[in-house]
Design a binder for this molecule. Structure first.
Ligand SMILES: Nc1ncnc2c1ncn2[C@@H]1O[C@H](COP(=O)(O)OP(=O)(O)O)[C@@H](O)[C@H]1O
Ligand SMILES: [Mg+2]
Length: 303
């Protein structure tokens, strides 16, 4: 839940005024330091904010660049700001599902939808207020082969089923495995925005270029109009390589860069491991992911 302090910072009004707003919404005495997502939603809608209606995927053919971390933190923060969020885990490693506390191998996953064993609705797990998840698991590891061997239009394998439930959410966030696969092509076809995380590593730019080329080809082949965004992650101000690679990214991909980058922070690891929420603590990564979540929600242009 969003703290009263964070809401006051976001709205740029004093804490006492925020308290009044919350009380007016609830019509009762304020009894905690936090505000429920639906109350935040009502306050922000009244203040003129509009929630988006979009599908965002995290992709990068390289592993360990913070795809899952970014998916988790954008979605978690967006839900705290009152957005209705659906996470879809498309990586058979299921790190996102585990981070959200969903670690059962017997739950239905995307392959069950593709093989028509389950309706998409039956695969949606409730995580908490405003947060749902379609989990992944090892069963999804044959998804790529099944898609390629099917006679049907496999490129629609994500977008097609999603159409049935899309209207319920403001933000659908899809985490993917590090690959240029049929699954990821189907994810791209369903995406309004693809976020490509890169970390300070000497192969990072090569991977990014290759991934951007692949996305450009897909956009042409399938006549797609998604937005491509590059997010620099794990920035360490003490390391020269961090500064150099960030500068190279800005020079090469100025138009595609997201407005903030993510600093390296031990809190990120700790929160995922212990299933804690990064936004309940204080860390550089909290501030950075807050900006990115606002950018994705389209809230940042209002200031
Ligand atoms: N900002 C950050 N600061 C420190 N560690 C991070 C940060 N972002 C991600 N990590 C760590 O990097 C590792 C890889 O992140 P992960 O999100 O799993 O990458 P991917 O999904 O791209 O493979 C994880 O151990 C994660 O905790
Ligand atoms: Mg991952």
């Amino acid at each position: 839940m969003l703290s009263l302090t964070d809401l006051s910072l976001f709205l740029e009004i004093p804490l006492t005024d925020v308290r009044d707003l919350v009380k007016a919404q609830k019509g009762k005495r304020l009894d905690s330091h936090h505000v429920e997502p639906e109350t935040v939603r009502a306050i922000l809608l009244e203040a003129g904010y509009k929630y988006p209606h979009k599908v965002v995927s995290l992709q990068m053919l390289k592993g360990g660049v913070a795809k899952t971390t970014t998916a988790l933190n954008i979605g978690t923060r967006a839900a705290m700001y009152g957005a209705r969020v659906l996470f879809i885990d498309m990586d058979q490693q299921a790190n996102l599902s585990f981070a959200l506390g969903c670690d059962r191998e017997d739950l239905p996953v995307w392959i069950d939808i593709v093989e028509k064993k389950k309706e998409i609705d039956e695969c949606v797990q409730f995580i908490e207020e405003n947060v749902d998840l379609i989990p992944s698991g090892l069963n999804n590891s044959v998804l790529d082969r099944v898609l390629l061997n099917s006679n049907r239009n496999w490129a629609q394998a994500v977008k097609g089923p999603l159409a049935k439930i899309k209207h319920r959410y403001d933000l659908i966030i899809i985490d993917t495995a590090p690959a240029l696969s049929a699954v990821n092509t189907a994810v791209t076809v369903a995406s309004d925005q693809v976020i490509l995380p890169v970390n300070p590593d000497k192969f990072a730019l090569m991977g990014l270029k290759k991934n951007l080329e692949e996305l450009a080809d897909l956009a042409k082949d399938f006549d797609l109009k998604f937005e491509r965004k590059v997010l620099f992650t794990k920035f360490d101000g003490r390391e020269n390589t961090s500064h150099e690679l960030l500068q190279k990214c800005i020079d090469s991909f100025e138009d595609e860069m997201m407005k903030s980058y993510i600093r390296s922070s031990s809190e990120v690891k700790n929160t995922i491991r212990s299933h804690r929420n990064l936004f309940e603590g204080k860390s550089p990564a909290k501030v950075d992911y807050d900006s990115i979540a606002r950018e994705v929600l389209g809230f940042e242009n209002l200031f």
